[in-house]
Design a protein around this ligand. Structure first.
Ligand SMILES: Cc1ncc(COP(=O)(O)O)c(C=O)c1O
Length: 385
């Protein structure tokens, strides 16, 4: 029953597009993983931990070295203090933290508000927990959180709100006015706020600050992040959540039986990354992503796509009106097979209005500049000649 619903969520889209990209030798701007390595010293720290024999189960909530480094990083980057023993948990990627949050913090039948388009694990995690999602649609091109529409979603069974900022796939970082609408609603309706902050370091013109840093929200907010995007090791799947002890206890109860713990040597390497990489690492990360974003966005615009400038994350959502008459899936197939660039059709990331995604395409820019230049070149050849 749950399996058939999970299969219907369209999560096969990444596998489909990757297979198509491989078959046609297309440049892969579909799935969000870098085509470059993370910091060598972090990789070496993992090797050293393996060689030193740190190879047994970790403490279920994570090695204390890592939990301590996470608490310190939160204080440094967002403000607010978390106790490493009781207010931090390490998980298998942010994906597991999200699933454990749905399972551990809500009852079957509860409702949680999410922004759509969303990261595709949200509906699956909610379904596994029997939770109903109430999607707030972000509409092209501004993709704004509209206060009135948000308020209309709340009902007697609404228990939580899941906010992803910087946002996949729109590239939005929600502004003060939008955050105030979320904050007011969460406080008024006594909701649990879950923030998915996996792109917390990928902001460009305007800094991202976690909503959990707000004193009024701190004790009702579970903030989730991950090493994958920040350190370009998406395959390590080291994620975490911070929050008040009562929320971490709920997540820990589910995590104990989902996976129990995550890879010990990789936890130790991520602890080193958080401790040792200074502010120059993060500013260079942002500078390099901003260059990548600009190559892609300028190229897309030259080719005739319309899009709002991504403020954060490593995705752009562009409208292809005028370039192709099909829907987003047909367009993605056309891009992979005839243009030589793989992209993602975003309609599976909408629940209530998939048609909002029908004229849009999601393009990832977590790629080397030469990869992006080659992709832009292929698009220009097709669309401009
Ligand atoms: C918004 C969002 N949340 C969570 C994740 C998953 O993070 P992890 O790889 O750490 O599980 C992703 C990955 O693409 C994402 O885009």
């Amino acid at each position: 029953m749950v399996a058939s619903r999970l299969r219907a969520f369209g999560t096969t889209i990444f596998a489909e597009m990757t297979a198509l990209a491989q078959e046609h030798g297309a440049i892969n701007l579909a799935q969000g993983f870098p085509d470059f390595e993370g910091p060598a010293e972090v990789r070496e720290a993992a090797v050293a931990a393996l060689r030193a024999g740190d190879n047994q189960y970790a403490r279920s909530r994570g090695r204390l070295e890592l939990a301590t480094a996470i608490a310190e990083q939160r204080r440094r980057d967002h403000g607010g203090s978390y106790d490493p023993e009781s207010e931090v948990i390490v998980t298998n990627g942010a994906t597991e933290a999200l699933a454990a949050a749905f399972l551990g913090l809500f009852e079957a039948g509860d409702e949680v508000i999410v922004l759509e388009p969303f990261y595709d694990s949200y509906p699956a995690a909610a379904a596994m927990a029997g939770v109903t999602l109430r999607p707030l649609t972000l509409r092209f091109p501004e993709f704004r959180v509209e206060t009135e529409a948000l308020r209309q979603l709340v009902g007697p069974r609404t228990r939580g709100l899941l906010l992803n900022s910087p946002h996949n796939p729109t590239g939005r970082i929600f502004d003060e006015e939008e955050l105030k609408a979320v904050r007011d609603l969460v406080l008024e309706r006594d909701l649990t706020l879950i923030t998915d902050e996996v792109y917390e370091h990928l902001w460009y013109e305007r800094a991202f600050r976690s909503p959990a840093a707000d004193d009024a929200l701190r004790d009702r907010t579970l903030a989730i992040s991950s090493a994958g995007k920040t350190f370009s090791f998406t395959g390590w799947k080291i994620g975490w959540a911070v929050g008040p002890a009562h929320l971490i206890d709920g997540v820990a109860a589910a995590h104990q039986f989902l996976t129990f713990s995550s890879a010990t040597p990789l936890q130790l390497a991520v602890a080193r990354a958080l401790q040792d990489l200074g502010s120059s690492f993060y500013s260079e990360l942002r500078r390099s992503y901003q260059r990548r974003r600009d190559i892609l966005v300028q190229g897309l615009r030259r080719c005739g796509f319309e899009l709002r400038h991504p403020e954060g994350s490593y995705f752009a959502m562009a409208r292809f009106d005028g370039l192709h008459r099909g829907d987003d899936r047909a367009f993605a197939r056309f891009m992979a097979t005839e243009v030589g660039v793989a992209v993602i059709p975003p309609s599976p990331f909408y629940r209530s209005v998939p048609e909002e995604g029908h004229r849009l395409t999601r393009v990832a820019f977590c790629k080397l500049e030469e990869t992006l230049e080659a992709a832009v070149g292929a698009m220009e050849e097709r669309f401009l000649s």
